[in-house]
Design a protein around this ligand. Structure first.
Ligand SMILES: Cc1cc2nc3c(=O)[nH]c(=O)nc-3n(C[C@H](O)[C@H](O)[C@H](O)COP(=O)(O)OP(=O)(O)OC[C@H]3O[C@@H](n4cnc5c(N)ncnc54)[C@H](O)[C@@H]3O)c2cc1C
Length: 376
């Protein structure tokens, strides 16, 4: 196990919370993590916090205790048929590169690929294909993890299923995921990406339900409500869609579509500004009214210069720790506290109001709050 310098491990993508770990280690095996947790004493996992890419935004990957830099465990071991076995510290970019070389892909990819497998499975991992396949956490076949008492356990829906259900969407508080067997599907070579415009949140959500596409997502734009519907290997837009534009592109370019935007945000300095992201999962039948009420009290300055507002219809799959309604809509206010806009504190207060209102209609925050105990 390598002991490493603090580096950037005092902050996360949110830039709202800062913690200085007492110690940072980069483990290279589950055995090393088990020894470290045993040394810390049973039940001390709270002080030992796993960190993937640190792209969560409310300090979830930060600690004053021992930080485990999981990027030291990033091997893609095996891709065979419908399954890949990978280290939890591998990024989705690394997994996709390896699986595409065999014509396969994970069924659900996040919009941004530079997130670790362990990091998004600890949240859930909601992507453009989650209306068909569920969350990334619902597409795991088997996990290897180090438990809070330092045991190395392999679990699945059939073996040690309670641990399996606690680790997925568990935000790292119930064990450290070390190795993952992921489900794979056939990957397309090219995709047809279509954009369409709607005049209300209700219409956008209804379109996400009725249009047959492999990837579907929505955004609130200054001009209205925009749908992106992407069909793998198609040459014509899906039936019932009236697109405002259509683009055919290689699948790799589509999967890595955020990279140019991220490079621009880094260049502009926006990437380093605070990101008080407010994300909730609400029941689909109540989503449009909820979104309308939130948008009525949200000005452009409350989102920031590079902020984005997402609306994504999806099915969670069997992921108990997520506690999402089965008929779900992700509503995400991806705020950036840009200079001249609302402050990070004002944006965080608006998020608190968003969470309270969501809870009242049967919604939940996303990523899940780790302190809520599992009842199964
Ligand atoms: C630009 C951007 C785009 C995003 N797009 C999406 C998206 O499309 N869909 C989506 O669902 N989310 C998205 N997210 C949010 C992202 O999924 C979560 O923030 C995710 O947890 C980040 O992964 P990470 O590797 O950075 O994890 P970290 O931020 O490092 O960790 C997140 C949590 O997981 C725990 N953890 C990390 N690794 C392990 C492990 N091996 N075992 C146990 N616990 C672990 C940490 O302790 C922490 O609680 C996005 C975030 C950003 C910044």
């Amino acid at each position: 196990m390598t002991e490493v310098n603090l580096g950037g491990l005092t902050r996360d993508f949110g830039r709202l919370v800062s913690r200085t770990p007492h110690r940072v280690v980069r483990p290279s095996s589950a055995g090393e993590i088990a020894a470290l947790i045993k040394d810390a004493g049973a039940g001390k996992l709270g002080d030992v916090v796993a960190r993937g890419c640190g792209h969560s935004s409310r300090g979830e990957s930060l600690t004053d205790g021992t930080a485990l830099d999981m990027r030291g465990m990033a091997t893609v071991y095996q891709i065979a048929g419908d399954q890949a076995v990978v280290d939890a510290g591998a990024t989705w970019r690394e997994v996709l590169e390896a699986t595409l070389s065999r014509g396969r892909m994970p069924p659900v990819l996040t919009d941004y690929l530079d997130l670790t497998v362990g990091g998004t499975l600890s949240a859930a991992g909601i992507g453009g294909a989650s209306h068909i396949h569920g969350t990334q956490a619902a597409n795991v076949i088997e996990l290897e993890a180090v438990t809070t008492t330092g045991e190395i356990v392999t679990c699945s829906s059939l073996h040690h299923s309670q641990l399996f259900d606690t680790l997925r969407s568990g935000m790292g508080r119930h064990g450290v995921i070390t190795k993952v067997a992921l489900r794979l599907i056939a990957a397309p070579k090219r995709v047809l990406s279509c954009r369409a415009s709607y005049s209300s949140a209700a219409e956008l959500i209804a379109a996400q339900d009725s249009i047959a596409a492999d990837h579907i997502s929505g955004q609130v734009k200054p001009s209205g409500f925009e749908l992106k519907a992407v069909v793998y290997g198609a040459s014509r837009p899906p039936q019932g869609l009236v697109p405002i534009d259509v683009e055919e592109l290689p699948f790799e370019e589509f999967a890595d579509r955020m990279r140019p935007d991220v490079e621009e945000l880094i260049e502009l300095g926006e990437w380093d500004n605070p990101h008080p992201w407010g994300m909730v999962i609400v029941p689909a039948p109540r989503a449009a009214t909820f979104i309308d009420a939130t948008m009525d009290e949200t000005a452009p300055a409350d989102i920031g210069l590079s902020g984005v507002i997402l609306i994504k219809r999806f099915v969670p799959g069997h992921v108990p720790m997520l506690r999402a309604p089965s008929d779900a809509v992700l509503f995400a206010l991806l705020r950036t506290a840009s200079p001249g806009c609302s402050t990070a504190a004002e944006m965080s207060m608006a998020n608190d109001r968003l969470y309270d209102r969501a809870l009242r209609i049967g919604g939940v925050p996303y990523p899940p709050r780790p302190y809520r105990a599992l009842r199964i």
